[in-house]
Design a protein around this ligand. Structure first.
Ligand code: NAP
Length: 381
């Protein structure tokens, strides 16, 4: 039996609480809250020290979210010799090296399966694959909110704002949707996945990201007429220059696996030398699926698992300059650089000849600063 100190009692925290309550091998000992919660008052702690200084607690489960004080609380728990399980992609992505090194030094587990893939056992499978195979690339739909929006735009021909409002009303999108629609959430999940897949530390800010907030119904109609579906994909691949990694809208064939992913589902794949391509489909978020992966991490610790240690964490340079692909670009103010690349038109935009992804993403970020309606999407090779 392992005792848990739970930090946070929100969407995921309540799921973890209820799932653990029905088990005999795990128990919730204390719950850190910052306001009264009648149903758990007997377990409530108001100060993190009540948890990290409690010798009867073996695992600290952090599901508060955010960088601070989550980072400090996780460090305090590891320093106190407790195993840590978290669903917090922001803190793991930003502090992967620091937290992993601390966990290794203290001889405790640090697990974060729910941080990328939500309810999909993606990270555990990635780690299992890596220990006996060579992973060449990872790629996928890693955010349910943006997939819901893009799927609804394709099915209904609706405009972005209308679909976003509906997604917010249904609880699929946050009141502040920026992290989802601008691709930052995917970038964090991609960084964690790449760290584990390739045994390295990818600096989050080095991964270029372009989101979907400027996609229009006219763009989507043109993609459909040409046999494409637009998906917001995260991808990472080892190259001679280091690592090519980016988050960008991508036009995939309407017959591809990615195109068939509906609503708020995720589909994440790796390509490995022995196993070839394997893809994982499922709920990338939501109370019960996410909490289930948190509880699975606790059960793995009960069985002696040590966590996602990548013992030699190489620093890696992110460089997308060697990735040549065609792009769809729609911008009201075309410049000479873009004119020089244009090969044909597609609906309200143009299709470029193959161009370096690094160069295009740098241009697109600058262009979006000048004209916020600019939209780009890579054409899948
Ligand atoms: N929701 C999902 O489907 C999902 C999926 C995958 C990963 N995650 C990750 O899981 C984590 C939690 O997400 P969530 O959706 O459960 O968030 P949430 O519903 O906002 O819950 C967060 C909880 O933590 C509490 N909290 C925040 N700061 C605190 C502090 N300093 N001291 C004590 N309590 C504090 C909040 O308290 P108040 O109620 O007082 O605000 C709230 O109860 C995040 O890192 C998120 O990225 C979530």
């Amino acid at each position: 039996m392992l005792n848990i100190g739970l930090l946070g009692f929100g969407v995921v925290g309540q799921g973890v609480y209820h799932q653990v309550c029905s088990r005999s091998d795990l128990a919730i000992r204390r719950i850190l809250v910052r306001r009264s919660r009648e149903e758990i008052e007997a377990l409530a702690a108001r100060d993190i020290r009540e948890i990290v200084e409690d010798d009867s607690i073996h695992i600290v489960v952090e599901v508060m979210g955010g960088l601070h004080p989550a980072y400090e609380y996780i460090c305090a728990a590891l320093e106190a010799g407790k195993h840590v399980v978290t669903a917090n992609k922001a803190v793991i992505s930003a502090y992967y090296r620091e937290l992993t090194e601390l966990a290794v030094r203290k001889g405790v587990a640090l697990r974060c399966t729910a941080a990328a893939g939500g309810g999909i056992p993606w990270l555990t499978t990635l780690e299992r694959c890596r220990r006996m195979d060579t992973i060449h690339a990872i790629r996928g739909i890693m955010n349910g909110t943006t997939n819901y929006i893009l799927d609804a735009m394709h099915r209904q021909g609706a405009d972005f704002d209308a679909v976003l409002h509906k997604a917010q009303a249904l609880g699929y999108a946050e009141a502040d949707p920026a992290a989802d629609i601008d691709g930052d959430d995917i970038r964090r999940k991609l960084v964690i996945s790449a760290n584990i897949a390739f045994g390295c530390v990818v600096p989050e800010e080095a991964v270029p990201t372009f989101g979907i907030r400027t996609i229009s119904a006219a763009d989507v109609a043109a993609f459909q007429a040409a046999g494409f579906a637009c998906k917001l994909l995260g991808s990472a691949r080892l190259t001679e220059q280091g690592m090519a990694a980016r988050v960008e809208p991508t036009l995939v064939s309407e017959h591809s696996l990615e195109a068939s992913v509906p609503e708020n589902y995720n589909l994440i794949s790796y390509d490995a030398a022995l196993l070839g391509r394997q893809s994982f489909f499922g709920q990338g978020a939501g109370r019960q699926p996410t909490a289930a992966n948190v509880v699975q991490d606790c059960l793995d610790i009960l069985q002696g698992a040590t966590g996602f240690y990548i013992r030699s964490m190489e620093n890696v340079t992110v460089d997308n300059s060697g990735v040549m692909q065609r792009y769809y670009v729609r911008t009201p103010s075309r410049d000479a650089w873009l004119d020089g690349l244009a090969e044909e038109t597609m609906g309200p935009g143009i299709i470029t000849r193959p161009v370096s992804a690094g160069e295009m993403l740098t241009w697109a970020r600058k262009q979006a600063g000048q004209d916020s309606s600019t939209f780009i999407a890579a054409l899948d090779a």
